[in-house]
Design a protein around this ligand. Structure first.
Ligand SMILES: [Zn+2]
Length: 146
């Protein structure tokens, strides 16, 4: 009697033996602009340009697909800060419109620019931790035939 298993090798997320990746730790490291894997190397090579790989641990960052998500998240965050503030100041103090615009427009612009890089870093960190896109070293396609 032959006991060789003929069951095909099927990849599933729970069948992949791999290092544990903590989402919260990776998110915090990404917020600081650091490598989500080691927390030491720089994640960015320019303001919003993600480096090709970590200079410390060599983690490849090219599989990230942040796309427009950081910008959408920044719009949501800044909107939830600026709009209630504007409504509160308008209803309680109603200063002149030119004064309001001279404060709100630069404040919105500066806050958005300050948040873009940390939010993008956090998105890349979460993608890495969840093994999204090409961040999974055991993804199908890597299995050799036979
Ligand atoms: Zn690293």
């Amino acid at each position: 009697m032959e006991t060789v298993s003929t069951q095909p090798k099927v990849w599933r997320p729970d069948s992949a033996p791999a290092e544990k990746r903590d989402v919260w730790t990776a998110l915090k490291r990404g917020l600081r602009g650091r490598c989500p894997r080691c927390g030491e190397g720089k994640l960015f090579r320019a303001f919003l340009k993600v480096a090709d790989h970590c200079s410390v641990c060599g983690q490849d960052f090219t599989p990230h697909r942040a796309d427009d998500l950081p910008a959408y998240l920044v719009i949501v965050i800044v909107g939830h800060i600026v709009v209630p503030t504007i409504l509160w100041i308008e209803t309680d103090y109603s200063p002149s419109v030119p004064l309001q615009l001279s404060i709100y427009l630069p404040f919105t612009l500066i806050l958005s620019l300050l948040l873009l890089q940390p939010v993008k870093g956090a998105v890349v960190g979460v993608q890495w931790a969840l093994r999204m896109h090409g961040f999974d070293e055991n993804a199908p396609g890597e299995i050799s035939p036979g």
